[in-house]
Ligand binder design. Sequence first.
Ligand SMILES: Cc1cc2nc3c(=O)[nH]c(=O)nc-3n(C[C@H](O)[C@H](O)[C@H](O)COP(=O)(O)OP(=O)(O)OC[C@H]3O[C@@H](n4cnc5c(N)ncnc54)[C@H](O)[C@@H]3O)c2cc1C
Length: 416
Amino acid sequence: MTARRVVVVGGGFAGLHLVRRLEGLLRPGEVDLTLVDRNNFHLFTPLLYQVATGELPPHAIAYPLRVPLARAGHRFVRAEVTGVDVAARLVRTSAGDLPYDHVVVVPGAVPNDRGIPGVAEHALQVKWLSDGRALRHRILSTFERAATEPDRARRRDLLSFVIVGAGPVGIELAASMRDLMDHTLRAIYPSIDMRRDPSITVIDGADRVLPTMDRRLSAIAARRMAALRVNVLLGTFVSEVGPDAVRTKAGTTAAARTVVWAGGVRPDPIVAALDVPKAEDGRLLVDGAFRVAGRDDVLSFGDAAAFMQEGRPLPQLAQVAVLQAPAAARNLAHLVRGEGVETFRYHRKGDLIALGRTSAGAEFARFGDVVVGGVFAWTVWRANYLTQLVGVRNRGTLLFEWLLSYLSRRIVTDIQ
Ligand SMILES: Cc1cc2nc3c(=O)[nH]c(=O)nc-3n(C[C@H](O)[C@H](O)[C@H](O)COP(=O)(O)OP(=O)(O)OC[C@H]3O[C@@H](n4cnc5c(N)ncnc54)[C@H](O)[C@@H]3O)c2cc1C
């Protein structure tokens, strides 16, 4: 039997864990698998904000995709995917066309500026590794400028940071930025009054922080934001981002020399261009076996797909993609062999939210839906990410860098 050609588009949580789960499921020579991604690494996005705030170096959260692919005897192609032609069964890439018998479309999602003027020009985003580095550079270079600014009002203006989006990304980033200022920058920028000069504001249209999480976690996070002197503006919709301020729909203006856009995601352009049934938010509608448009040759899961359960699409979370991957791998193996498929059901584990140096919030959905905060939740949070990260080298680096950042100081060399 000739090997079936499988192309996986994207080496994120969905693509990487699919490939890992296929090991042991496939017989030798059964498939000829190629994974294509624009980067030769998998990015562990939940810790990206720690690159932005100098807690981790970029390489700690980037895992080389070639390692698991070479180990399993598969092929990796570093290229930009420009489209998937489902009629011709071709993945179009900057390195040429890749023909397939089965394609797994898992390119994730991209930041969504919701068409708000000025976001693209003036705001920084937190999605790719380059964003984490760019934000760290912005923070550190802003402090360098402020350190030589003798006028207090101008210094405060320079050090005005606004994060749009009070979801997990915005909240974890705000807490970590404040820690960076209080525990590392305070000692090395003596000309800056670290308690009064820098301001951090989080803006969201929702009526609570972490609007998609358990209300008890929102309450823990709100208390922590207050303790960390983070201003939280809820029920507030940003209408425009300028070079030094954000404007709201209510007509107010907030000083903002640095704006970080953490305002959600929209489908990747590859997904948007596919002419197949989509959910309201543009994600690919998949059936219980991850098939797109009921086709045996096109699968999707993770952020790119709308997997409906109880009338709602599953949330766009790494947790979802990682839990879907084993079932997607089994279904891919079944489809390659022309066998029947199985239906996936999502059982969420709960949520974790980091809230600074020794604080976090944790909801354990599988253990009586208990919610805890403080140091215990922080320990669970750290242990969870140490085990979730793939690769011994990455885990070792993570542990070592966390210890250094905690016991010594964060990374404050402004290397771009
Ligand atoms: C800052 C941040 C923090 C987050 N924190 C959490 C968290 O704490 N917990 C949680 O559960 N979820 C979190 N998420 C969400 C989580 O990252 C996503 O749900 C998850 O990454 C989805 O996995 P995926 O494989 O579908 O997509 P991704 O992980 O985004 O992977 C998509 C891959 O496709 C590649 N790709 C995309 N387009 C192309 C193209 N045209 N050509 C070539 N390659 C392409 C990308 O390079 C990428 O490697 C966070 C997201 C962000 C942005």
